[in-house]
Design a protein around this ligand. Structure first.
Ligand code: TV1
Ligand code: CA
Ligand code: ZN
Length: 414
């Protein structure tokens, strides 16, 4: 039974486009856009869509991406897609039409051929870290994928700013590692930075909270020098865990000093200690920073049994972070992010969509779900917690983190 809790219900804008799930980083690559389609399918099958304002994700235009990214980098990314498109058109022509270009594709074909010939050699991959490592491959439609992810996060900001929603959700966003002119950690365009920049056109202060198991380095770096955005990341840290930044003493610079907050964690942290830490830190941050809006990167790789992360949260524990942030009554934007055991990612984000609506879903996966087979072995929404995982964070380590963070935040009180 769905428990409707009308007191905590909010007007929720949910952004989706069924094309998102079609993009593919490559067969062995852990990042699977399909998980967005799986989450959506659960959201539909649990009946949550009936209470959501569902918006179609549009592609952000080049000019919008250039609000944060280097124009040459954006052009480079767009050209790359065009090059793929050339191959696609060529392949299409040779397989279907014996090399004859159909009239309706001719103009497009000419344009993209010209682009791919004009491409200067300095623009080839290594400078922008695109296609030069297994982490950030090029793939069919890469640029469109970036445009969708960013278009939705920018529009999340707009629904909040115009008062059309109290909470806005984009599970295809949250690509927190992308830099001004560099791809990193499966991220090419930083939809989060673009979203926050849009919010800053009206709001004075924006809080960014990142519960992905990786450090939110791209967002932290973008706002490292400003006091209008506070970035707060909880992440696994140490033993060369990617990206290697996010120490407790990275606090921001200049007027941005103490407006970056980092909570580095060792593997194995479970719901109890994580939530205690999360609440202690976020409550003090809310009290001292008093943001006009909170953007949450809800990376689901902090869940137990993730393919890349080694933290030990349950879906309920992960969701309690959202519940806790919701009770401050400040507008929220929820974005996706990491999450590599995909049947748990879709469970988690469907559950958190329910939380936004004040609907606590807890029933098995509906048998008519088109991705039903993906849940084979356990059709419950919640997976059992791992009892045999050691929490390598001693309570004295965690207490030390809290008191350090409090000391940093004391510098902001006046
Ligand atoms: C292709 C095929 C790529 C298999 C990448 C895990 C793969 C990884 C792959 C992988 C993998 C990383 C590094 C490598 C530093 C680099 C969306 C020397 C089984 C937000 C990004 C993690 C996390 C990048 C993104 C990391 C996010 N881990 N198999 N790659 N090097 N890269 O460690 O924060 O979740 O692992
Ligand atoms: Ca994080
Ligand atoms: Zn991650």
């Amino acid at each position: 039974m769905i428990q409707a809790d009308s007191d905590s219900s909010r007007r929720v804008a949910y952004f989706y486009n069924r094309l998102i799930g079609k993009f593919h980083y490559g067969k062995e690559h852990p990042m699977k856009p399909k998980r967005i389609a799986m989450a959506h399918s659960l959201i539909v099958n649990f009946g949550l869509y009936r209470s959501l304002d569902v918006y179609l994700i549009r592609e952000a235009q080049l000019e919008e991406l250039k609000k944060f990214h280097d124009p040459e980098y954006v052009t480079y990314l767009s050209q790359y897609m065009s090059e793929n498109k050339v191959n696609f058109v060529k392949e299409y022509c040779s397989t279907n039409n014996d090399g004859v270009i159909p009239e309706n594709l001719l103009e497009e074909y000419k344009l993209i051929t010209k682009w791919s010939q004009n491409k200067s050699s300095k623009n080839l991959n290594t400078e922008y870290k695109v296609g030069d490592s297994a982490d950030n491959p090029t793939f069919q439609g890469l640029f469109s994928y970036c445009q969708f992810s960013a278009g939705a996060s920018i529009d999340c900001a707009h629904t909040i700013l115009t008062g059309q929603a109290d909470i806005a959700i984009n599970w295809s966003g949250g690509l927190h590692h992308a830099k001004k002119k560099e791809a990193a950690g499966f991220c090419y365009i930083n939809d989060i930075v673009l979203c926050i920049l849009e919010l800053l056109r009206i709001y004075v202060r924006v809080l960014y909270v990142d519960i992905d198991c990786h450090h939110g380095d791209g967002v932290e770096e973008a706002f490292y020098l400003t006091n209008r955005v506070m970035t707060l990341s909880f992440h696994q840290y140490g033993d060369d865990f990617f990206p290697g930044t996010g120490q407790l003493n990275s606090v921001g610079l200049g007027v941005g000093r103490y407006y970056a907050v980092n909570v580095p964690l060792k593997p194995g942290i479970s719901d109890g200690p994580y939530l205690e830490l999360f609440k202690k830190v976020t409550s003090r941050v809310m009290e001292t920073f008093r943001p006009d809006c909170v953007v949450i990167q809800c990376g689901a790789d902090s869940l137990s049994l993730d393919r890349l992360g080694a933290l030990n949260l349950s879906i309920k524990g992960h969701g309690q972070c959202i519940t806790y942030m919701k009770q401050f009554g400040v507008p929220l934007i929820l974005l996706g992010g990491g999450g590599y055991t995909i049947q748990n990612v879709s469970r988690c984000w469907a559950y958190e969509t329910g939380i936004c609506l004040g609907q606590n879903i807890d029933e098995p996966i509906p048998a008519n779900d088109i991705y039903y087979q993906n849940y084979k072995g356990d059709y419950h929404l919640h997976f059992p917690i791992q009892e045999n995982v050691e929490n390598r964070n001693k309570s004295e380590d965690l207490n030390k983190i809290v008191s350090q963070v409090y000391d940093h935040l004391k510098n902001l009180e006046n």
